[in-house]
Design a protein around this ligand. Structure first.
Ligand code: HEM
Length: 475
């Protein structure tokens, strides 16, 4: 009775799939990958529907119009994040990804200012990326056209870009501490389901067999903190000198010193390491996965690969490496990257939002503290918007005048106040990595011609299944 009373939908709630089960709510219906079920419920209930995870009400927003209305027009109510009990359990703050309210705002503004100051989206950073890409290309060349899985190498390299920004240094790919950190991060991100069960309900760690990987996630978060982030922050703090703001940590320490009595200094011991961790977590896996998806689509569409190569050849030639100043002329490559971000949709359900107050939305009543799923999949695969959403067609982003078409509905980085903080960095990384790879290598499947699957595995991101690829040097 208590259960029924606590999960009895209040009047006016968005429609949803009937009575919830004790303890599970509707979790048994959505499985590891809720996208197919969400598509069906959208057809059945419309663009706004609701369900329960345990006794927690979750509202799912679908379609560009509804998402824009919530995240832009009613941003005051829809821009919070749910509390994440697992992080307080491991003694971590809320940081960039899980914070809400004034503390999150101060953290976000400061982080974004520092990233911009270091040239995010500008030439200065592009130069650093180029050095890292050269190391990456060296390893690819050393494979001499033999097939291999590019996952770990790409994680190493992309993560090093964040390392350069945050610590002011890169790590050798075989550095044991770096490797341990990357493996731990991979476990945390790869094993978390999009329903965030272990994050939001840490008591699931007591279930024998650890079916939700909560115990595993906790131990990996501790590894990342105790062996990688924590010691680096300590070293920076000890060596800090006024005027040495040459990396993110030093620049942030300066801001905290400047605003001693302000928000940034609030709970500094927990919030600062968490913010650093968030930049790594959000910035490594997403870009790595996008590069891997682009390779997958290049293997399936050699014609698109060839067109990108011809464009690089025309714009850059072979006498020098592509750099960020070539961007405006690499229209087809940019359109291809956009199409990959659309079709592969690396963060298909965005990051969970929460309502900060009661709200009337689309004619429904949504109570304060509801969890909100921003279903980007419903926009990036919307048949009414794209016509043929399941076709891989970079041309859809090129107008009759040969210029890039900017479509409002293209929102792989989400929209509104919580829009991806690293969008500019990610776009720059994707363009530079891919232009440089294409210029030097032809991407081919293994000799038996086996193509990678186009089906994804959904964890904290939407990953391709493991695959091997050959990079054959171009003449
Ligand atoms: C948040 C996508 C790369 C840092 C997000 C969100 C999405 C996203 C969908 C959630 C927005 C929301 O809640 O509405 C992507 C994609 C990437 C990418 C597709 C690569 C192709 C990066 C990079 C960084 C980064 C390289 C590192 C600087 C963040 C942070 C947030 C975030 C810190 C949380 C922002 C907040 O809650 O205020 N990203 N991202 N992302 N992303 Fe990215």
């Amino acid at each position: 009775l208590i259960w029924w009373l606590s999960t009895r939908p209040p009047p006016g709630l968005p429609p949803g799939p009937g009575p919830a089960l004790p303890f599970l709510g509707h979790l048994h219906l959505v499985k590891q990958d809720p996208r197919p079920q969400f598509r069906q419920w959208r057809r059945q209930y419309g663009d706004v529907f609701s369900m329960y995870i345990g006794s927690q009400l979750v509202v799912i927003l679908n379609g560009y119009k509804v998402i824009k209305e919530a995240l832009i027009k009613q941003a005051d109510v829809f821009s919070d994040r749910p509390q994440v009990p697992l992080f307080s359990h491991v003694n971590l703050g809320e940081g960039l990804l899980s914070g809400s309210g004034p503390l999150w705002k101060a953290t976000r503004t400061t982080s974004l200012n520092i990233l911009r100051q270091f040239g995010m989206g500008k030439n200065l950073l592009a130069q650093k990326l180029q050095e890292e890409i050269n190391e990456y290309l060296k390893v690819i060349a050393s494979k001499k056209g033999q097939p291999f899985d590019i996952l770990r190498l790409t994680q190493n390299s992309v993560s090093n870009n964040i390392c350069s920004i945050i610590f002011g240094k890169r790590f050798e790919y075989d550095d044991p501490v770096f490797q341990e950190y990357l493996q731990a991060l991979e476990v945390v991100l790869g094993t978390l389901s999009p329903t965030c069960v272990p994050l939001l309900f840490p008591s699931v760690r007591f279930i024998p067999g650890d079916p939700f990987h909560a115990r595993k996630a906790i131990s990996c978060i501790r590894t990342v903190m105790d062996k990688f982030i924590g010691p680096s922050i300590e070293t920076h703090r000890r060596a800090y000198e006024e005027g040495s703001e040459d990396d993110f940590i030093n620049a942030y320490i300066r801001q905290m010193k400047l605003h001693k009595s302000g928000l940034l200094a609030t709970n500094e011991e927990k919030e600062f390491p968490r913010t650093i961790t968030d930049l790594f977590a959000a910035g490594t896996e997403t870009t790595t996965t996008s590069i891997r998806w682009t390779i997958v689509y290049f293997l399936h569409h050699p014609d698109v690969q060839e067109k990108c190569y011809q464009e690089v050849l025309k714009v850059v030639g072979t006498g020098r490496q592509p750099d960020i100043r070539d961007k405006p002329e690499m229209t087809y490559l940019q359109a291809t990257i956009m199409e990959v971000l659309r079709i592969a949709n690396v963060v298909p359900l965005s990051v969970l939002h929460a309502t900060s107050g009661d709200v009337t939305f689309s004619g429904y009543h949504i109570p304060e503290g509801s969890y909100v799923v921003v279903n980007l999949d419903s926009v990036l695969h919307d048949r009414e918007v794209w016509g043929d959403p399941d076709e891989f067609r970079p041309e859809r982003f090129i107008g009759p005048d040969g210029k890039l078409i900017k479509r409002d509905e293209f929102i792989p980085f989400s929209t509104g106040r919580r829009v991806c903080l690293g969008e500019a960095l990610a776009k720059m990384e994707l363009l530079l990595y891919l232009a440089n790879m294409i210029q030097r290598f032809r991407f081919l499947p293994p000799e038996d011609g086996r193509l990678p699957s186009l089906k994804s595995i959904l964890g904290s991101a939407s990953y391709p299944k493991p695959f091997d690829v050959r990079f054959v040097p171009r003449e």
